[in-house]
Ligand binder design. Structure first.
Ligand code: NAD
Length: 331
């Protein structure tokens, strides 16, 4: 097959997988298969840049807006994350960054667990939650404010005396493992189809039309990004400060985080959690490594799809959920 036709086929496969995964909450292939096909397409696009198409899954944040929801344009786009699959790839990313910021610059990193859920964008005006929106395609998401209000870990009002005029918070809605198993058990008893994993169950829950159903599912939430939009308010200058401030505002912030001064300590954080992740009450599929300084983040900026100042270092795949074991794909 000619390379162009093969690339088109890969794109179609990935687009079909995206639709099933993000909009139907019912994946048609395993994540590792998706990641392998994605990387193959990415490598071909690097080799043949003339054959890159603007609608390629490598150029866009996966997802979209499901029917029945009002779509909302994000004030600040939500990006995806570049992936590294081992410490060698992380070292390459660090070397590339160091080249971009200059050898004299000391780069500090914040390591956070990558929670396997769904990103939400929350807007607070004068301290009050006014809007909750899904990531969608990164530019536009679904307005699910009424559903978001049922999540206990999301404050309806910020816990501070003089809140900034506007605050934008990003974080991950997720289902703790036990809740996910309970939900699937109840679905089985009712003869309903099962969710493949907690991430798909979270996404299906966030898109329920009845907030009462969402409340019963008991979603949880970790906050990890803060934008203070107020000229008169003090704004954090590092990711670590933002995480502290989010906790002060009343958000649940994952305690499993660390400011690291070197690639070595990032590697140690990764190895520790790779071993210990089964002891957590929720699924994590890797470590997100972010540059701590906002000034450096600004200097590095974004590609069309990812921030250049962050990367997801993925854990090796865990056992495949039963429902997906039978799926084979055919490309
Ligand atoms: P991603 O989930 O790999 O990474 C980006 C997301 O990480 C962010 O949007 C955010 O929601 C989340 N995140 C969790 N913790 C975070 C933290 N502490 N800080 C910042 N972000 C955090 O990216 P994606 O584009 O949503 O999904 C791509 C992945 O989804 C693929 O690698 C693949 O494994 C899977 N996928 C699978 C299929 C399939 O058919 N099986 C289809 C599409 C995507």
């Amino acid at each position: 097959m000619k390379v162009e036709a093969w690339m088109n086929q890969l794109r179609r496969q990935l687009q079909r997988a995206n639709y099933a995964y993000y909009l139907q909450d019912d994946p048609i292939m395993q994540d590792e298969v998706y990641d392998r096909l994605y990387r193959e397409l990415q490598a071909l696009e690097e080799k043949y840049p003339d054959l890159v198409t603007p609608d390629s899954p490598t150029q866009r944040v996966g997802g979209g807006v499901a029917e029945g929801f009002v779509s909302v344009k994000h004030n600040i786009p939500l990006y995806s994350l570049e992936n590294a699959f081992d410490l060698g790839e992380l070292a390459q990313w660090v070397a590339r960054l160091q080249g971009q910021v200059g050898d004299d610059e000391t780069v500090e990193y914040v390591c956070e667990l990558k929670i396997d859920g769904n990103a939400l964008a929350l807007t607070y005006e004068d301290g009050v939650l006014v809007r909750g929106v899904t990531r969608g395609d990164g530019e536009t998401g679904e307005d699910i404010t009424n559903n978001v209000r049922t999540i206990r870990a999301i404050p309806l009002r910020l816990a501070m005396e003089n809140p900034p005029a506007r605050v934008e918070v990003r974080g991950e809605a997720f289902l703790p493992r036990q809740r996910f198993e309970k939900i699937n058990q109840m679905r089985q008893e009712k003869g309903e189809s099962l969710f493949a994993n907690p991430r798909n169950a979270t996404s299906g829950t966030l898109r329920q039309f009845d907030p009462k159903v969402v409340a019963q599912r008991q979603l949880d939430f970790f906050a990890y990004t803060l934008y203070v939009v107020d000229e008169n308010a003090e704004t954090p200058t590092t990711q670590a400060e933002s995480l502290e401030l989010l906790a002060e505002m009343g958000f649940q912030v994952n305690p499993q985080r660390e400011v690291c001064q070197s690639l070595k300590t990032v590697g140690e954080f990764f190895e520790t959690w790779e071993k210990k992740r089964a002891s957590l009450l929720y699924d994590t599929d890797g470590v997100v490594v972010k540059i701590n300084s906002y000034a450096l983040q600004e200097k590095l900026g974004f590609t069309q799809k990812f921030p250049r100042w962050a990367i997801a270092l993925k854990f090796p795949a865990e056992e495949v959920p039963t429902k997906l074991r039978a799926i084979t794909i055919n490309v």
